[in-house]
Design a protein around this ligand. Structure first.
Ligand SMILES: Nc1ncnc2c1ncn2[C@@H]1O[C@H](COP(=O)(O)OP(=O)(O)O)[C@@H](O)[C@H]1O
Ligand SMILES: O=P(O)(O)OC[C@H]1O[C@](O)(COP(=O)(O)O)[C@@H](O)[C@@H]1O
Ligand SMILES: [Mg+2]
Length: 442
């Protein structure tokens, strides 16, 4: 991707005039291997070859603004009101992010009001304005022990004019949007409306997706929890497949366009013989197709386990009548059930009538509470988001990139999708662990 330094600069509402509650603590800090000073920048690239290919001096290579507290801030905390909304599909850690934002704003910045909008962007519409809840320390005390989001979520388009009317009515200065690519597209429309009206409202995004398909972020929060949940389903079908004659275990995992959950879950338990993901097309028939490979495996080992991402092999399914959800996301065909049928038919035909165990854990992997690792990640993202908002950054998303917390312009997070690279290290590890061929072609 062609990236200029200017594409990576985030917007600021104006000069920071107020003292930050962190000013004293920051006074003694210097850039170190473990701390990036607020004036320093984090490199986008981390290989010599890519850096050299940029062909520009070191101070002009693509770099990102470091996240974290500033010595001076834009908003006067005493007079600042804040809104929080969670949108799109659930993801472990949503409550941790809400809690972290509320705690940081309350305990350190002492802002005037924190409002929570109910059920995603719908909660910002005129119709649902009365559902707004005020959030304080007590309201978020132990919400991190639960999955989901205390604010609720939703899909579906809302009118940005109406949503900005709500922000104005409540006197919101900073809106935190915790959501995925769709939410960030919605947030940019809110920003455009704010700009068109000449308002002084910051919009900060915290990227959310269990699919791990958002770019410029090492790994999205909740992803680790989600794939760890998925492993127990793979273990179940493995045990079932071992106990049956011609046992076939199939687990379908979420991953609309990216097979990260399938890859990580399969790698972590190492019981899968085949991993099928959207990024690596496959054919069913022919000597090198999936059916023949599965048959060979069953002949040799008496059983087989297949992990398939929901977005895999969509080109094999009937495309007609494809519909979209309320947010405009394409509804996928069921590759899991399709494979189950095709494998059953094929093995029966070749004289290996199978016992098939098919699991689609679906919501069971994303509705759980975050594990300890993700909780830490969430609270640190929440802190970074609060610092960015109070410093007047807007149209900005906080991410962790190459282990550093940084700011990126919102448009970049929707610029493309993070996908498993069929030529990359991760897919190589999957091929090594499963022993499956690099491709299933005719
Ligand atoms: N292009 C868009 N413009 C404005 N709002 C959008 C857009 N795409 C999605 N949204 C809104 O953002 C919210 C979340 O989007 P969705 O795609 O469901 O989840 P996610 O944010 O997890 O990708 C929904 O209310 C949806 O209508
Ligand atoms: O049934 P729902 O709620 O629409 O969600 C299904 C989709 O949500 C996801 O978990 C993530 O999607 P989002 O990141 O867009 O919320 C996908 O893997 C899955 O296809
Ligand atoms: Mg999405």
């Amino acid at each position: 991707m062609t990236l200029e330094l200017d594409d990576l600069r985030v917007r600021t509402l104006g000069a920071c005039r107020y003292d930050s509650p962190f000013a004293e603590m920051l006074a003694s800090k210097r850039t170190s291997p473990h701390y990036v000073h607020e004036d320093d920048r984090v490199l986008v690239d981390d290989t010599v070859s890519v850096l050299l290919s940029r062909g520009v001096p070191i101070d002009q290579v693509p770099s990102l603004e470091a996240a974290g507290p500033r010595r001076k801030i834009y908003f006067d905390p005493d007079a600042t009101s804040v809104g929080i909304v969670t949108c799109g599909g659930l993801c472990p850690g949503l409550n941790d992010v809400i809690r972290g934002i509320v705690q940081e704003l309350t305990e350190h910045y002492h802002v005037a009001h924190i409002y929570g909008f109910r059920n995603g962007y719908a909660g910002l519409t005129r119709q649902h304005r009365d559902r707004v809840v005020e959030l304080d320390l007590r309201a978020v005390a132990d919400i991190n022990n639960d999955g989901g989001t205390i604010l609720g979520s939703s899909r579906g388009d809302q009118d940005p004019e109406e949503m900005v009317d709500t922000l104005v009515e409540l006197g919101i200065d900073v809106l935190f949007v915790i959501g995925g690519d769709g939410s960030m597209r919605g947030a940019m429309k809110i920003v455009n409306t704010i700009d068109a009206r000449g308002l002084d409202i910051a919009v900060i995004g915290v990227p959310k997706t269990i699919d791990n398909d958002l770019p410029f972020t090492d790994q999205s929060f909740g992803f680790q929890t989600a794939f760890a949940q998925a492993t127990s389903f793979i273990a179940s079908v493995f045990i079932e497949s071992q106990a049956a004659e011609n046992g076939v275990g199939i687990v379908k995992l979420m991953g609309r366009h990216s097979g990260f959950i399938a890859c990580y879950a399969a790698l972590s338990i190492n019981d899968a013989d085949f991993v099928l993901i959207p990024e690596v097309p496959f054919v069913l028939g022919g000597p090198s197709g999936v059916l023949r490979r599965v048959e060979d495996h069953v002949r040799r080992h008496g059983q087989v386990v297949i992990v398939v991402a929901e977005g895999a092999g969509q080109e094999l399914l009937e495309q007609e009548g494809r519909t979209t959800d309320a947010s405009g996301n394409t509804k996928l065909g069921d590759i899991g059930l399709f494979l189950k049928q095709k494998i059953t038919d094929h093995l029966t035909e070749v004289g290996l009538p199978p016992t098939v165990r098919y699991l689609d854990p679906s919501y069971a992997i994303r509705s759980v509470a975050a594990n300890a690792y993700d909780s830490v990640y969430c609270v640190r993202l929440a802190h970074a988001a609060v610092h960015a908002g109070m410093a007047g950054r807007t149209e900005t998303v906080v991410v962790r990139w190459r282990r550093r917390f940084v700011h990126i312009p919102m448009s970049l997070i929707t610029s493309h999708r993070n996908q498993v690279d069929p030529d990359g290290d991760l897919w190589m590890s999957v091929l090594e662990a499963t022993g499956q061929p690099a491709s299933f072609t005719d």
